[in-house]
Each structure stands twice: as structure tokens, then as C-alpha cells.
Design a protein around this ligand. Structure first.
Ligand code: PMP
Ligand code: G9A
Length: 414
């Protein structure tokens, strides 16, 4: 294409890439494809009727306000409701510590805009959420990585990475995307202690914390940091910025997330957001508040936990039954994903090409690695498909995998 534009792209665009999940979404929208790819909530649990009624109430009772521009910080009753909800989990903040964002994806972008200079290092887990990499690649970020295992981030490997002097550390303690693992309490404490020792702040991304299907709730890093700082005799310092979203508990089409941070940081993030979109949709915020407040959100979360637990169990059962020997996977206690590790010599991207022909899709794990490794891994989502589709999809995928596993490893050229 000959155009005056292409050679005028800014340097920061060089590492921008299309999201693999977003690209796969186009393909998996075909009705006959069984998709374990996108992190999509089950459409059959969306509270459509409640939204319909809430839209009518908002328009009838507050129509002009709902259709007007509003403050960048967000709709105050919604922020107050979020503060009440998080207080139950020990995150005690006021509405002034909360900024409503257009999905927590925007929160990641605003954090990049506010904190990252070209060439700055950010410490991420290996693997990590690909949307964070996509947001921060645009700010010319370099990454330092620390691997995960079944108990989450391997804190015994953290010190070396912290010594490099990262700007901040990005971590997903609950039901990790993509790995499905949960950071143990002991490691949470170790993480806070080490981050404090090396003076590195933390971004805690927690879209799935409420979606626990077994085991006990573990305290958020914000809570552990708060306790730790007090033990040191200091007041709460907000060393942890916390992100969450209504995408997985209400509906992702709302594009409603939030950031919890110290008031001074919120002020800077507000300035960054003003340059992006002025504010998140007034109407959407008011409707979400109307739906969620007064106990509905709690009831709804209890309901979707049941639905997703059944789907997770259906997937685990099908994996046991159909997947070939030599393939391993994680056992998530919550969230939307589990993580599959293929024998070392296999390439999950090649498996995907064959799987698509069998009308089943997943995300090859490599997209979640800041260092381009993880070729032999794949992410499976279990929330989007019904249990019978899950069983059928895993059966198809197993057929494909069997062909790969049966092939001898390609010997290295001497
Ligand atoms: N962070 C993580 C870890 C996620 O998994 C997602 C969505 N898949 C997001 C952020 C973005 O979510 P949203 O913008 O819909 O709130
Ligand atoms: O649709 C998206 O891009 C959000 C989902 C992210 C994911 O699948 O991890």
C-alpha cells in the first residue's frame, strides 16, 4: 500500500501487535466452532432482564444525568459500592481511592501511560496476561520474568529479578490468566516482604477473585501489604495498586473496571484518563450500579460460581478421560482457565492449526510469554461452552493431540 502514513508511525508502534485472543475471536464466532480460546463469560448467565429493567429505571428517574458528560473519577454511588464490597475482603478504602475505567484493560494502559518510560523494566510472571503485555509494549517496556508453578509466582526466584530494579511488579494472585494457578498464602507474604525490601511497588490484577469454586479465600496483596507496613510501624502506604472489573461478574460488554490506588496516584491516573476518553460512559455506570447494588451482585456471583464450577469439572473429567499420556494440566480452584503443558518437543501453534480443522480452538501459550518461550503450552477456557460442548471439544482436541504425541520428536540436525 502506498500511503503517506506508514513511514510516519511513531517508534512506540514497532512492538504493537494484534492480540491473539482478539484475532481468534473472529474465527471462534463461527457457530460450529467449539471455542476454548477467548476468556469469555457464559452468555447464558448474563442478567439480561435485570439490565433491561435497570436501563428503564435509570432513564425514567435520572435520564438527563445519565446521558450527560460526567466526572473522570466515575459515578460516586458506584465507587462507594465498590468500596463497600472490597471492605468485606479487608481492602478498606474510600471512594476517593477508586477510579472507574473502561474495563481493567484501560487500567493497564493508564498505568503504562503514567509509569513507564521507554526502556523501563517491568517484572511480570512467566506466563502473564497477554493484554498487559499488549498495553505496555506500546510504552516501549522491557520485561524481567519470573516463572510460575502450581503455587503461583516462584518467590524463591524473585530476588534476582527484583535486583534488576523494575519499575513495578505485575502479578495475578487469584486463578491466574492464563495458568489457572493461585498464589499460596506463604508466597503472598514472601512477595510483599521482598517487594518492600527492594522498594518495588506492585500491581495486583484481580478480575477473577470472586470466582472461587473450592478452597478458602486468600487475602489480597493489598491486605497483606497493609498488615506488613503496620508491623513495620508505618501507616498504610498503598504500595499495591489493585485492579478489578465487572467483566466476569456482570458482563464484559459493559467495559467497566476500576483501579484502587493512593489518592495522589488516582489524581495522576485521572489526568491520563482525561486524555484518553474523558470518562467512562455515564449511562453504563449508572445502569451497572442500578443492577448490582442492594444484594443482586452477590446473589449473581453465587449463581455463576455454580455454573462455572460445573464447567471446570466437566473439562477436568474430559481431560482425564481423553487426553494422551505425557500431557499435563493445572487444576484451577477458580477463574476461567486451565493451562496445559505438552511434551517439550511439541508446538501448540502447530496443534492449533490442526485443531481448527476439527472445529475446536484454544490459545497457544506462547502469546502469554514476554520472552517468547512456552511453545509447548496452551490455555483452555472453560466458562464459555456448556458441559456437553466441553466434553465434545476435549474429545476432538485429544484426537488431534494424539497424532502429535505419536509422531517422533524431530531430531536436531547434527
Ligand atoms: N486483566 C486480566 C488478568 C484479564 O484476564 C482481563 C480480561 N480477560 C483483563 C485484565 C481485562 O478485562 P476487562 O477490560 O474486560 O475488565
Ligand atoms: O476478549 C478479550 O480480549 C478479553 C479476554 C482476554 C482473555 O481471553 O484473556
Amino acid at each position: 500500500m502506498k500511503t503517506l502514513w506508514l513511514d510516519r508511525y511513531a517508534q512506540r508502534t514497532q512492538r504493537m501487535q494484534s492480540s491473539v485472543v482478539r484475532e481468534l475471536l473472529k474465527l471462534t464466532e463461527q457457530p460450529d466452532v467449539i471455542s476454548f480460546a477467548g476468556g469469555l463469560p457464559a452468555p447464558d448467565v448474563f442478567p439480561v432482564k435485570e439490565f433491561q429493567e435497570a436501563c428503564q429505571r435509570v432513564l425514567a428517574e435520572h435520564g438527563p444525568q445519565a446521558l450527560q458528560y460526567s466526572t473522570t473519577e466515575g459515578y460516586r454511588p458506584l465507587r462507594e459500592m465498590i468500596a463497600r464490597h472490597t471492605a468485606r475482603y479487608g481492602i478498606v478504602v474510600s471512594a476517593d481511592n477508586i477510579l472507574i475505567t473502561s474495563g481493567s484493560q484501560q487500567a493497564l494502559d493508564l498505568i503504562g501511560k503514567v509509569f513507564i518510560n521507554p526502556g523501563d523494566r517491568v517484572l511480570v510472571e512467566k506466563p502473564t496476561y497477554l493484554g498487559a503485555l499488549q498495553a505496555w509494549n506500546a510504552y516501549q517496556t522491557e520485561y524481567v520474568t519470573v516463572p510460575l508453578d502450581e503455587e503461583g509466582l516462584q518467590t524463591d526466584k524473585l530476588e534476582e529479578a527484583l535486583r534488576v530494579g523494575p519499575k513495578f511488579l505485575y502479578v495475578l494472585p487469584n486463578f491466574h490468566n492464563p495458568a489457572g494457578v493461585t498464589l499460596s498464602l506463604e508466597r503472598r507474604k514472601k512477595l510483599i516482604e521482598l517487594a518492600d525490601h527492594y522498594g518495588v511497588p506492585i500491581i495486583e490484577d484481580d478480575p477473577y477473585g470472586q470466582l472461587r469454586y473450592e478452597g478458602d479465600h486468600l487475602p489480597s496483596l493489598v491486605v497483606i501489604d497493609n498488615e506488613f507496613q503496620r508491623h513495620n510501624g508505618a501507616p498504610y502506604s498503598g504500595n499495591v495498586i489493585y485492579l478489578s472489573t465487572f467483566s466476569k461478574t456482570l458482563a464484559p460488554g459493559l467495559r467497566l473496571g476500576w483501579i484502587i490506588a493512593p489518592v495522589e496516584v488516582i489524581k495522576k491516573l485521572v489526568q491520563a484518563k482525561q486524555g484518553s476518553d474523558l470518562h467512562t460512559s455515564t449511562f453504563t455506570q449508572m445502569v451497572a450500579y442500578e443492577v448490582a447494588h442492594g444484594g443482586f451482585l452477590d446473589r449473581h456471583v453465587r449463581f455463576i460460581r455454580e455454573v462455572y464450577r460445573e464447567r471446570r469439572d466437566a473439562m477436568l473429567k474430559a481431560l482425564e478421560r481423553y487426553f494422551p499420556e505425557g500431557v499435563r494440566w493445572t487444576h484451577p480452584q477458580g477463574g476461567l482457565f486451565l493451562w496445559v503443558i505438552l511434551p517439550e518437543h511439541l508446538d501448540a501453534s502447530a496443534v492449533l492449526k490442526e485443531a481448527i480443522k476439527e472445529k475446536v480452538a484454544f490459545v497457544p501459550g506462547v502469546a502469554f510469554y514476554a520472552d517468547g518461550s512456552g511453545q509447548n503450552t496452551m490455555r483452555l477456557n472453560f466458562s464459555y461452552m456448556t458441559p456437553d460442548k466441553i466434553e465434545e471439544g476435549i474429545r476432538r482436541l485429544a484426537r488431534v493431540l494424539e497424532r502429535f504425541v505419536a509422531r517422533p520428536a524431530v531430531a536436531a540436525t547434527p
